[in-house]
Design a protein around this ligand. Structure first.
Ligand SMILES: O=C(O)CCc1cccc(O)c1O
Ligand SMILES: [Fe+2]
Length: 312
């Protein structure tokens, strides 16, 4: 087994509400570099830890963690639509292995996934079908959440499973860092919004367009006094990156969901996918990590970061 880890922010506003051309070029260069590394590594399996944003998972049955044996991209925000190449047998074996290690995880034999899973796959592999993949969805957007220490245990269980495979495995985490796009909360929501959050699968094209327009409108004012959403928090982001890069994963166990929401934004919890990815690598042995890039990008509603790691 050889493991490569890449964790990066996603943002559907990339290409829809861009910052200046120098920043766009900088990120393009970082992503091209990451993609070249993936190409060279030539993974035999991708395990992608990803969030969902009320596209595949709703409050009619909201699981903390889900593995998919088959997945279709909803193609939101112009991302690639259609089926992912999911390795069904590995997904099932991973599910059994996680359950056997006393962690509960839900199983989907037909999961819809959104930009939170597909953007990173596309950016790093050019496609949704290039490499056999297993999506592991970690609830990061629909509170209440499993605690951070539980996410670390999930990652460790995945790492032990990967450690027993005779394969080159690329482990991805996607989302974060600090940010708060205009995603509604169930608590106190008016009936129409509550209905969407509980059972809003397969929205009409009009409903999807309205949602995307709302996100783009927020991107235009994010970080200004006109915007009521929690702003980016570069100090928090850089501290978190250091925690992972310096191998202080145990510190994550005391992370407070409420405190992170209020100081860095409600969607910052997408960093749970990074925690799981690093915990998986750490379960296979000591690691070496590096920060590839960080910049707070208001236009994209993203504390935008890229980090990489491999066995030391
Ligand atoms: O449509 C949504 O639910 C949110 C879209 C969205 C925007 C900025 C950064 C993100 O990570 C993200 O997911
Ligand atoms: Fe997201």
């Amino acid at each position: 087994m050889t493991v490569m880890v890449k964790c990066l922010s996603h943002t559907p506003l990339r290409g829809l509400n861009d910052p200046g051309v120098e920043v766009v070029d900088e990120v393009d260069t970082v992503l091209a570099q990451a993609r070249a590394e993936v190409e060279r590594f030539d993974p035999e399996l991708i395990v992608i830890f990803a969030p969902d944003h009320y596209n595949g998972l709703f409050y009619d049955l909201m699981p903390p963690f889900v593995i998919a044996t088959a997945a279709d991209s909803v193609g939101d925000y112009g991302t690639l639509p259609g089926p992912l190449r999911v390795d069904r047998d590995v997904a099932l074996a991973l599910t059994r292995s996680i359950l056997d290690s006393d962690i509960d995880i839900a199983l989907s034999h037909r999961l819809q996934v959104d930009h939170g899973c597909t953007q990173t796959l596309e950016e790093l592999t050019g496609s949704l079908t290039r490499y056999p993949t297993v999506p592991v969805i970690i609830n990061s957007v629909a509170p209440p959440f499993a605690p951070y220490r539980r996410v670390r245990k999930l990652g460790e269980a995945v790492g032990r499973f990967i450690g027993g495979l005779d394969k080159r495995v690329l482990v991805l985490g996607t989302g974060g860092l600090s940010h708060e796009p205009p995603v509604p909360l169930l608590a106190g929501a008016p009936e129409e919004i509550a209905n969407f959050l509980i059972a809003g699968r397969n929205p009409t094209p009009e409903a999807r367009a309205a949602r995307q327009a709302r996100t783009i409108a927020a991107g235009r004012i994010y970080g200004t006094p006109d915007c009521h959403l929690t702003p980016l928090n570069p100090d928090w982001d850089l501290g978190f990156i250091d925690t992972l890069v310096e191998g202080r994963l145990d510190e994550v166990d005391t992370f407070s969901v409420e405190e992170i929401s209020s100081t860095a934004g409600r969607s910052t919890h997408e960093i749970r996918t990074w925690v799981a990815a690093f915990a998986a690598l750490a379960a296979t042995g000591p690691y070496r990590a590096r920060k590839d890039y960080y910049r707070p990008i208001n236009e994209w509603i993203a504390g935008y970061g890229v980090i990489s790691a491999e066995a030391a």
